[in-house]
Each structure stands twice: as C-alpha cells, then as structure tokens.
Design a protein around this ligand. Structure first.
Ligand code: GLU
Length: 274
C-alpha cells in the first residue's frame, strides 16, 4: 500500500493518522509500503514542504521503500494516459466558462445541482477546430455516456471491495463529467493516481473517507485503461477539539509544531486508537 501526500503545506494530525493506518496495514499483512509525492500542482507544491513531510514521517516511525516517486517528474506518463483516453473516444474538450456551466446546470432537467453532466448538444467538429485555432482555453472531461458505450456490459459489472461493506457497485453518475486535464495542465490527480497505483503495484489503497466519493471514478478509469482495481479501504477522519476535520490551515495541529513542542510520537499515536 502507499501514503500519497501532496506537499502543499505541512502535514497535520489527520495526515499522520492516514499514513499510520496504511503503514500498519502493510506491516500486519507483511506487505510493502510506498511513499509517493503527489506534486503535480507545481505552483502550490514546494520542495521545503516535501522535506518537512519526510522529517515528519521519520519522526512518526514510518519507513518506506526508496526511491520515492515524485509525480512532477512523470508528466509524460500522464500525457500518455490522456492520449489513450482520447483514442478510446471517452474524453471531450469543454470550452465552457464557469459561468456558462453554472447556467447549464441551472437549466438541467433536474434543476440546479453541483456537477456538470456534460453538454446537451456537443459542439461541432468545425466549431471545435476554430476554437482550438483561436487559442481558447478548454478542459478535458471524461464523458460518462461515452464511457458507458465503450465498456458495454463491463460498465455495469464494475465493483470494488471495501472492508466490512462487501463488494461495492461502482456508480460514477453522481460525479458527472469530471475534468481530467486542462489545455495547459495535461493531467489531474485522477489520472496520476490511477496510473501510479497500477504502475507501483498497489494492491490496497488505504485512504481517508473524504476520497471515497472519487473511488467510482478511479475504478472507471482503471476499467477503461485495462488496469487492475486495487482493494479500497477508506478510514474515518480524525476531528479536532471543535469537531472539525484537521486542515492544513490549522497550524497548531501540524506534526512539525507538535515535534517542536516536545510531543512524542507515542503520545500522538495513542490518539489514534479506537
Ligand atoms: N494526494 C492525495 C491527498 O493528499 C491523496 C491521494 C490518495 O490517497 O488517493 O489528498
């Protein structure tokens, strides 16, 4: 299994719980544990944060296989995934502005919702060509309708396993047509995580409940790309004293602050029981 932080800030107690949960699962299964830096956001991810992440995890007592994969060094891999999805005909360019999308959503038959279900009438090949020519910005969206057509019976047969809940049926519908890349940023978390989990032979993805809603999309991508679907487990999220989820903005809960204030890893780990 793996821990896959994005070094956009300092790790907090919630990250420590996530890393520890995955690490423990690997130890108990006599499996392997990998650390991956999900740093495709080259504006927000910083080398200094990455170093603190490494220090935090060592302090916590974790240990992982080297070398650590840095996604920012592998954009070409992710570009190939997007090409493959283009070749399958399951992605399309969406030139709509945020405002146009909000208007489309408001006009949708089921009334306002939060997700974009894709265009009612796709733009013509001519219009698309002229907008590309004009240099207009666009996003690559995964078409659920075309994915359904491309997969046929395999679409309805998609499942993933979750501990204690049995095999879960994959329903990507609530997510709508998700953005997988943009004209200028040729990848996204979804492409990179699905590619790397397969490349690195991750058999168990152990991550927070906040990512559960994305799992159907990841399983759909794996199915389209003929990649294996790992076992998914989504752990509970730790809450702070006020009942809120820990967040990067919560400075006092960073592992760096705890370390510097003399908190021991054991004292922290004792909070994870139960
Ligand atoms: N990089 C993601 C994050 O920091 C986690 C990805 C995953 O575990 O699938 O939220």
């Amino acid at each position: 299994t793996r821990f896959a932080p994005s070094p956009t800030g300092h790790l907090h107690i919630g990250h420590a719980f996530s890393a520890w949960t995955a690490f423990q699962a690997a130890v108990e299964a006599e499996g392997r544990f990998i650390l991956r830096m999900e740093d495709i956001d080259t504006v927000r991810c910083k080398q200094e944060f990455e170093q603190v992440v490494l220090d935090d995890l060592i302090w916590l007592g974790l240990d992982w296989e080297e070398p650590v994969r840095r996604q920012s060094e592998h954009f070409a891999d992710y570009a190939r995934v997007l090409e493959r999805l283009c070749a399958l005909g399951v992605v399309y360019r969406c030139f709509k502005t945020r405002r146009e999308i909000m208007e489309d959503i408001a006009r949708a038959p089921h009334g306002p919702g939060e997700v974009y279900r894709g265009p009612v009438t796709p733009i013509s090949a001519d219009e698309e060509a002229s907008r590309i020519e004009a240099g207009d910005a666009y996003a690559w969206r995964l078409s659920l309708a075309r994915s359904r057509d491309a997969l046929g019976p395999r679409f309805a047969a998609m499942r993933y396993f979750e501990d204690g809940r049995g095999a879960q049926v994959v329903d990507p519908d609530p997510l709508g047509d998700v953005i997988l890349a943009r004209k200028d940023v040729g990848t996204s978390y979804h492409i990179a995580v699905v590619h790397d989990d397969a490349l690195q032979g991750i058999s168990h993805v152990i991550r927070g409940e906040d990512l559960r809603e994305m799992t159907p999309l990841h399983v759909l991508l794996q199915t389209l790309l003929d990649l294996p679907t790992p076992v998914y487990r989504h752990h509970r999220l730790l809450l702070d004293e006020t009942g809120e989820r820990f967040a990067k903005r919560n400075k006092s809960a960073t592992l760096k602050a705890l370390r510097e204030n003399g908190v021991t890893p054991d004292a922290l780990l004792s909070r994870f029981a139960g």
